[in-house]
Design a protein around this ligand. Sequence first.
Ligand code: ADP
Ligand code: MG
Length: 917
Amino acid sequence: MSTSSGTGSANHRNGTHRSSLRAQSSASTSAPAHKPSLKSKTVLRKSSPAALGSAPSASKSGNGGDSGVPGRVRVAVRLRPRNGEEMIADADFADCVELQPEVKRLKLRKNNWDTDTFEFDEVLTEYASQKRVYEVVAKPVVEGVLDGYNGTIMAYGQTGTGKTYTLGQLGEEDVADRGIMVRAMEDILAQVSLETDSISVSYLQLYMETVQDLLDPANDNIAIVEDPKSGDVSLPGATLVEIRDQHSFLELLQLGEAHRFAANTKLNTESSRSHAILMVHVRRSLKTESNGNSHMTKSLKPPLVRKGKLVVVDLAGSERISKSGSEGHTLEEAKSINLSLSALGKCINALAENSSHVPFRDSKLTRLLRDSFGGTARTSLVITIGPSPRHRGETTSTIMFGQRAMKVENMVKLKEEFDYKSLSKRLEVQLDSLIEENERQQKAFVDEIERITVEAHNQISEAEKRYANALEEEKQRYQNDYVESIKKLEENWSKNQKKLAAERLALGEKNGLDITSNGNRSIAPALEEVSELRRMVQKEAQLKMAAEEEVNRLKLQLTESKRVEVSGNSEIMRLHKMLETETQQKEKLEEEIATLHTQLLQLSLTADETRQNLERHGSQKTSGGALDSFMSQLKLPQLQDPGNAEKPPVAKLFEQVGLQKILSLLEADDADVRIHAVKVVANLAAEEANQQQIVEAGGLTSLLMLLRNTEDETIHRVAAGAIANLAMNETNQELIMDQGGIDLLSSTAANAQDPQTLRMVAGAIANLCGNDKLQTKLRSEGGIAALLGMVRCGHPDVLAQVARGIANFAKCESRASTQAGTKRGKSLLIEDGALSWIVQNAKTETTAIKRHIELALCHLAQHEGNAKEMVKEGAIWELVRISRECSREDIRSLAHRTLTSSPTFLTELRRLRVDIR
Ligand code: ADP
Ligand code: MG
């Protein structure tokens, strides 16, 4: 297995180390071409980047990035002292190894004359203290873990060579005996701050490819989980115990050991056949430097955490590799027992040779240690050997294992990440405390308001009381003064009376005759006194008045202060009322807007119609004037005949003959003359400019007379046309009504045969229908009935005028009801039976009729009072149809709006499940 070199040993014997120095590769890779010196060079070079004992500070700048720092697996060899048995049994033999710790070399005695020399990262003699072993083998790894690197410390060697002593010795009897696990935890505990950092431990045994939990024996088959992305392995099923002090850790190790013993007894095996694995997870929070930033920025920065995992592996005895099938195990069992260890050897060979495939997946141990060999962890391996020459074979194989492991390069990586979870938790706590603070402040605010209110109330009542008291006092004072004054006066008065009487008496006694003169003399001062007293009485009266005034003033003040108190309330009431009024006005305005909207529509419709008419009579000459276009449709067909109604002759006639004369001809006896005259008047009436003149000259009255007095239908037709033209004007409309026009037009219609006559009459009534003031009168005089009566003729021109009249009337009704602000009852149109005609004709193909009907329906629908009837008559379906199908978008939306704003319609539509959206 090991290659010997004669040259090497010769050199050695010559006392030169250099050429005998060998860095042994596995037997399979050693080739003659490889010079040992070159190999040793390679080892020396490789050992430089991360020498044992140097802290991994070089990689601190890695900061969690993907790039790692090359770090070779560090290997130390430790020789156990001879034990009692060896002292006796091997007494006559030299140790199979010779250590040269100062040059970190080990000489393996092959036989009495030949040795192989190997270099290690650390050579620990049988005298090496546990402390020193910890410091050279484990401390750098532990420090790496504290800095956020994963670390592995592992012992490999034959059973009984001191693996457990090196790693797991508890040192309870002698502190100097403490092994790596105990010392590592001591170091970790000394460096972390338990307030911000945490340490947790799992302790496992791997035996026959089964991972058992040494902290929970029931948990005897733990799965190894690999993160497919990062490749990190973890054992989520393993018990994790938080460590806060050394004592609990020692207890945990003891417990683990006890469980291990029990488990192995149960499995009828020994501890040396299983691997013990201690995992220590260290999670440290880094203080993020504030850089003088504001508190807020600082608190929003997630804390940085470093997570290091220390894995300490006490491997199964290495001797089993070559002794399968021994000790009562079946071959299969033996294979299984050793599977992990042999797989580890294979992986290390592959890594040492830089092979493209490393069979990590072959065993659980290699899966668990994937990060430790060729991964991102710092790995320190201690190989333990015994001195006995009887075990030279095992010792040799152990040394070769160590040599190969030295070639394994790891890429050491810092495990650092931002701790968003704890940031979010911290922010949540902050938020909650702010919410609490806010709530407190709010409460304090409300309390303060309450306090101020109470205080204000108290002050008011205090002031009131003070006023009342002052008032009372003042009153009392004045009353007292008054009573006092009166008393004084009375006293004075009686005193004076007495004095006067005494004086008189004295005087009378002295000289009986001279009373008068003497009496006069003595009365004078008495009178003076009386007037003095009167003045005093007057003064007192004034004082009393002043006091009463003062009382009144104070009373006023009191009421004023009360009034001020109440005025706040009344102000609120007033504002409430204002708000209500505003709302009502707003509603009214909205309704008005809707009405105006429909009126606008009607106007645009009329304009459309006129345009069509114009187009129809494109060749016809029309005179100017704002209303000319509309009037042209009402012009009599006869008059539109150029031969019959040319303007120049008519105008000439007008100028030459004079209007009065022409009008007088309307009453001519000769029927022909009357016909001509009425035609001329009609033609003149078609011009807006002439209308006022015609009316003022009595033309309207004459035209109405013609309707009454003539039987001739031509005259009726022409006169009605003229009346229709004059009926464009509001004043004329009133005149027509006043002069019994409706009655005349009705009877004309009743007797007419010619559709054009009916058209003229209907046109006139339709114009009257558009006057808001005439609604009731028009209806009561039978205007609507007359209009509806004319539909009998069926001519579209007539029907169009009837529809226009109805639409006009409906428009006025809706306007009136909006302005009145109250919803009226049913429409007069509906009462007169117009609705069924509207519904029947709503589907007409004639555009002129259709548009008016649509508008009439919309106007009627605006009033809830009509809704019931409209539902009953089926008008609602026409509205629905209009809202869906009408070619004019504005009418469509108007219909939709009226439908959706009426509760009756909405209920009906819902009842019949008609969706009008
Ligand atoms: P392994 O775990 O490799 O089977 P152990 O650690 O159990 O071996 O060691 C076997 C025996 O040797 C134990 O009694 C242990 O105390 C002793 N021993 C091992 N190494 C040393 C050492 N360096 N100094 C003193 N005693 C040791
Ligand atoms: Mg052991």
